[in-house]
Design a protein around this ligand. Structure first.
Ligand SMILES: [Zn+2]
Length: 241
């Protein structure tokens, strides 16, 4: 190998390493979430891992857990609600009748966030949450993919001192069903080790069986078509809570 080639390779390696450099916790300069990818491995409602501070019992679709872990490592978040609805065993999780109709909470693809250790006053403890909201939605009403709806300042019932709502984009799914596909931002391998690795591309392969539907009508998988156009199918302000 020529020394010139070696220098080129070294420069490329250093450049790649620089790209992997992590922003400081709470830093607004986290960069945009993209590029995103569509996850079509079967979803499942799972407990939120301990590395993401949350209210006892909160659950989400496992396909957004790596993104949640990624966010929790950068922003001091505390999840106050995730999936809201019945489980296959008949139990109900999440805040009942808290969310608007067709809320992504009913699909396990939304979370409500407040600052860890913060209060209900819009004070300095909310600054990282505001930074997170601006990262996910730099312009009001225009969430950055993979987010489908972001509820914060400017949205009734949301905002600094109240809560931040984040929804992930997904194929249309009725209430209490799992979406066929979910859009996520990929995280660096090793950053989300607490989740089951996603299976290689075989969306129909029953590698991870979906939970059986209980007689009480627990959450099931929606068999729906392609992902809706971003924004077009999103709930209007106030309806994505
Ligand atoms: Zn919400």
């Amino acid at each position: 190998m020529s020394s010139r080639l070696r220098r080129t390779l070294l420069a490329a390696t250093l450049g790649a390493l620089a790209c992997l450099a992590l922003p400081l916790p709470g830093a607004a300069a986290a960069g945009p979430p993209g590029p995103t990818r569509l996850v079509s491995t079967p979803g499942k409602i799972v407990s939120i891992p301990a590395s993401v501070p949350h209210e006892l019992g909160d659950m989400v679709d496992r396909r957004i857990v790596p993104d949640l872990i990624w966010i929790a490592r950068r922003y001091p978040i505390y999840v106050t609600d995730g999936y809201s609805g019945p489980l296959p065993n008949g139990q109900h999780v999440g805040c009942d009748e808290c969310h608007a109709r067709n809320s992504d909470h009913y699909n396990g693809l939304a979370v409500d966030l407040v600052p860890l250790g913060g209060g209900t006053k819009c004070d300095a403890s909310w600054e990282p949450i505001t930074a997170l909201a601006e990262w996910a939605e730099p312009v009001q009403g225009e969430p950055v993919l993979p987010f489908r709806w972001v509820g914060y300042d400017g949205d009734a019932g949301h905002g600094c001192g109240n809560h931040l709502h984040l929804s992930w984009n997904h194929t249309p799914a009725p209430m209490f069903t799992l979406a066929e596909s979910v859009e996520v931002f990929p995280v660096t391998p090793g950053e989300a080790t607490e989740t089951t690795p996603t299976a290689p591309r075989s969306p129909r392969a029953p590698a991870i069986p979906a939970p059986p539907s209980g007689p009480s009508g627990g959450i099931s998988r929606a068999q729906t078509g392609g992902i809706g156009a971003h924004g077009a199918s999103g709930p209007p302000p106030g309806f994505g809570d």
